[in-house]
Design a protein. Structure first.
Lengths: 104, 459
């Protein structure tokens, strides 16, 4: 059985990153956009772990950075959900196209 | 270190005092007390006496550049709370929580001014940003405020992703998060370092709203409650610049060939986009948002030219810009109408207020004898010393001339137009504080060394 190497992980991580960017730029549903952002952050996490394991295995820097990213992502998601609920209460919708008060 | 710990602690104190003190109007006094505590703590920081002995493993570095900036940020916040504290309490029902979030932002400012490690850069920027997403949406029943916080959040989290990708590329190439980047030999590693630097530059340009990543700024600044716009546009924005300058000076100072031209293009784009669009604005609040973009263009000169002049200049710029913008916003909050017409004839009703606003505006436009002039001068001088590009400096000069147009429109509205603009509940204390700010701006413009820049060398 083939062991996954650095390049496999980097490929997956790059793919996830760009799926996230694509979703962020094309989707109009706020929850999906939030998921896309989380996908971006998690692809970077994967990248950190891969570099830590295969390139710089002496110290655990990358793994610890991942822990901080997860914590920050959780805080961001909490704030984001609060913002989305607030927007839903006023617009009765979670579509960004409906949020256009500031366009002029 | 003291400021970072105590501001986080005081944020929690603020939240709990909201439980125990029923009177909402006392919130600003608790906040002022906290800021005074932080200023004392900062005094100890400046002299490298830390109240909390902790092993930070060289992840934070308390050099005088960052510490002096923290002093400026704390003093600006104090001025901001003294001038606009009552307005913060009027935003909604959670006065103590708003101030608590301001203290958490200050914790992030402290980290961003003293990080020595990319992890701390990331944490500092995020601790600054996340409370601001909440503050932007603080006016919960206002549709504009909701949308502004949504836009700010989406743009902010996207730029966080880009910043993390930049950090991971640097980590992959060098194996360390320290700011001192070890030399890399292989071509592929060199590519990764270059890509990482460019991605970090893009992410930080998002945070400081430099073109072409500035599109969120006018909407967010316009939609957010005006008091919080004032804080976002001053302390937080300048803290972003301090983080930007420290990163590019300490970490990438030896690799100017990789990024300097990109930064030059960003500066030119920011100056042109900010100034030209500001000319067409009808609302003073939105004009100030675009003016903050154009001021960001000038502040970016400090990133472009990594030298001692740039560091002194950005400190002076931080002080001048914070004082003037906080002053204008404090008056704007008291106005009924945020358009230029809303200022018509203010000079007849409130001559002193009109004069003070004129001084702030003149400083932002960079008229001699004010701090704004000298800070712009320092920025351009620093870039010339760094062998700056001629076309860039000419662009900057032309844009400074354009900016005079929209700043003077405010003065014209106040002095030469008929109208019945009036500021509501202006008390003598408010006027006295604004006078102090205006006098500081002029003194900084006349004696910058004695007031600010000499401290840079003494400490």
């Amino acid at each position: 059985m083939m062991q996954p190497g650095l390049y496999h992980l980097l490929f997956i991580s790059a793919a996830l990153f760009f799926i996230g960017v694509y979703g962020f730029l094309t989707r109009r549903n706020l929850i999906t956009m939030l998921m896309s952002v989380e996908l971006i952050l998690n692809s970077v996490n994967l990248n950190f772990i891969a570099f830590n394991k295969y390139v710089w295995p002496q110290r655990l820097d990358g793994v610890f950075f991942t822990v901080f990213v997860i914590a920050i992502a959780a805080a961001e998601a909490a704030v984001a959900i609060a913002i989305i609920i607030n927007l839903y209460r006023s617009h009765q919708s979670i579509d960004v196209e409906n949020a256009e008060e500031l366009k002029y | 270190m003291n400021v970072i710990v105590l501001s986080a602690v005081w944020g929690v104190v603020m939240m709990f005092s909201g439980l125990f003190i029923a009177d909402k109007s006392k919130a600003k006094y608790v906040a002022i007390a906290g800021l005074l505590v932080l200023l004392v703590a900062n005094y100890f920081d400046l002299h490298h006496k830390f109240l909390f002995a902790s092993s930070i493993g060289n992840m934070l570095q308390f050099e005088s550049f960052g510490m002096i900036f923290v002093t400026i940020a704390l003093l600006s916040t104090l001025l901001y709370v003294l001038l606009s504290g009552a307005a913060v309490e009027k935003v909604g029902n959670h006065a103590y929580e708003y101030f608590a979030l301001l203290f958490f932002v200050l914790c992030g400012v402290g980290i961003a001014a003293s990080y020595n490690n990319l992890l701390m850069l990331f944490l500092g920027i995020e601790i600054m940003s996340i409370p601001l997403y909440i503050l932007t949406g603080a006016d919960k029943r206002n549709l504009k405020s909701n949308e502004a916080s949504l836009k700010y959040f989406l743009m902010g989290s996207f730029s966080t992703g880009i910043m993390l990708l930049g950090i991971v590329l640097l980590y992959g190439a060098t194996g360390t998060f320290n700011l001192v980047i070890p030399a890399v030999s292989k071509a592929s590693e060199n590519m990764m370092v270059s890509a990482g630097i460019v991605l970090l530059a893009i992410a930080l340009a998002f945070k400081v709203s430099a073109a072409p990543f500035h599109f969120w700024t006018p909407d967010v600044y316009d939609g957010a409650p005006t008091v919080f716009t004032s804080f976002m546009a001053t302390v937080v924005k300048v803290a972003g610049f301090i983080a930007f300058v420290r990163l590019f000076e300490n970490a990438f100072g030896g690799m100017t060939d990789v990024w300097q031209y990109t930064i030059a293009l960003i500066i030119a784009a920011t100056l042109i986009a900010g100034n030209i669009t500001a000319v067409f604005q009808q609302s003073v609040k939105r004009m100030l948002a675009y003016s903050s973009i154009s001021q960001a263009g000038f502040m970016l000169f400090a990133v472009y030219s990594v030298n001692a002049f740039a560091k002194e200049g950005i400190l002076l710029y931080a002080a001048a810009y914070c004082l003037a913008t906080i002053g204008i916003f404090a008056v704007l909050i008291k106005m009924k109408d945020f358009t230029f017409e809303g200022f018509n004839g203010l000079a007849k009703q409130q001559p002193l207020l009109a004069l003070l606003v004129s001084i702030f505006v003149l400083s932002l436009a960079g008229i001699p004898l004010t701090a704004g002039f000298l800070s712009k001068y320092y920025m351009v001088l620093a870039s010339i010393k760094a062998g700056g590009l001629l076309w860039l400096i000419i662009t900057a000069m032309l844009c400074a001339a354009v900016s005079v147009y929209y700043y003077f429109r405010l003065i014209q509205a106040m002095y030469f137009k008929e109208g019945d603009a009036n500021a509501i509940d202006v008390n003598p204390r408010f006027k006295a504080l604004l006078v102090v700010a205006a006098v500081l701006i002029i003194l900084l413009g006349v004696y910058p060394n004695a007031l600010l820049l000499d401290w840079f060398h003494i400490l």
